[in-house]
Design a protein around this ligand. Sequence first.
Ligand SMILES: Cc1cc2nc3c(=O)[nH]c(=O)nc-3n(C[C@H](O)[C@H](O)[C@H](O)COP(=O)(O)OP(=O)(O)OC[C@H]3O[C@@H](n4cnc5c(N)ncnc54)[C@H](O)[C@@H]3O)c2cc1C
Length: 398
Amino acid sequence: MSTSFSSPAYDVIVVGMGPAGASAAYELSQGGLSVLAFDKQAHPRYKVCGGGLSARITKILPDDFLSVVEQSVNRVRFTYGEQESFLIQSSEPIAYMVMRQNFDQWLVEKARQVGTVIHEDEAVLEIQSGDQGVDVLTKEKRYRSRVVIGADGVMSSVAQQCFPRRFLRNIPALESEVPGESLHAFQQTPTALISLQAAKKGYGWIFPKQQGLSLGVGEFVKGTKRPKQSFRDFIDHEALLSGLMVPAPMGYPIPVASAQAYRKRQAWAGRLVCGRTMLVGDAGHLVDPLLGEGIYYAIRSGQLAARSVIDMVANPSTHRLSDYERFVENEFGQEFRVAGRLGKIIYGLPRSTHRWAGQRFPGAYQRVLHRYCEVLQGKETYQSLWNRILQRMYWPFA
Ligand SMILES: Cc1cc2nc3c(=O)[nH]c(=O)nc-3n(C[C@H](O)[C@H](O)[C@H](O)COP(=O)(O)OP(=O)(O)OC[C@H]3O[C@@H](n4cnc5c(N)ncnc54)[C@H](O)[C@@H]3O)c2cc1C
């Protein structure tokens, strides 16, 4: 619906205070803009999530985020069969493990401290765009702002109302938390487990936390085995889980960046910015299509969206909100393209091929996985990893 109305009370309204919304709100308030933010729940709130952060997150978060880290992980074990596994170790962290209720609350408090006005337990129901601003309706009241940022997650109502051209590729995932301190050696020497065997065309994970383990399964290719079945097989067959009481998992979709997004450079146009409304994080389907990692991209997209709003407010003649789509393409576009390509190969190959290749070329496997962990550490990118793989494959012909 389009209406015109008097001048807005806030520069920006942020809908949803997960990592994407809280990061956008923090940057905008820091930049001197007036920000009102809503969340339909009150923090701390539970969020179905593995809570694994790739170590490169340190580049975009203040140092004190370590106060909400449960475990720093320097070891990742990759398995693809019942016996075989590759252990990658590093002197520096490869990943950080958080519980989302604590991590998200910490981000929300950061935004509050710099001046964001936050209304919790207040769901946004409707968005009405006008020439001068946007009306945001909740059950309580009608609010006005110059710009609205939709950070309301995978089921985004902002996206549904304002973005007819939005991406729609959700993959099913299941997650369970196993409580109990010192469950086993994985937790004492913090190690993350990634199991290709756990899913038909995806992977299973076990992440160590202070008070237990987070474990789950994601199926990355449409129409494969039902994830509930994959999850049951995972807990039945994974030796590390034997004897543990695993609570029933909770399911939730992961909105990975779709092939449309990473095939064409201009594909983002109109999908993240529409008039005065923007999408960040899961609402914009900004999730790595290989790993399903979304928290890093949620935070970074929130920061990039905030930067384009601040630039536009300061210099409306030279900057536009749609600059945000260019920033996203520059930072994530090529990375998502390569991650999507790698995902097609890795999840598309039968597991028996992985087993055969791992046994036949263990050194090459180990090297690729080591480089992959360097991508998580921010020392490599998906693009540089891909180029190395191509160089290796073609060097005999060079
Ligand atoms: C099983 C599973 C495991 C995962 N594991 C990992 C992992 O290990 N590492 C990783 O990086 N990513 C992981 N992800 C992905 C990650 O959880 C998301 O990418 C991330 O939460 C996106 O953050 P966000 O801020 O965009 O959205 P969210 O975290 O979903 O936050 C959205 C917020 O908006 C609020 N909201 C929704 N609707 C409204 C409304 N109408 N009005 C007001 N507020 C509203 C919600 O209450 C919520 O607080 C996983 C996802 C799943 C499903």
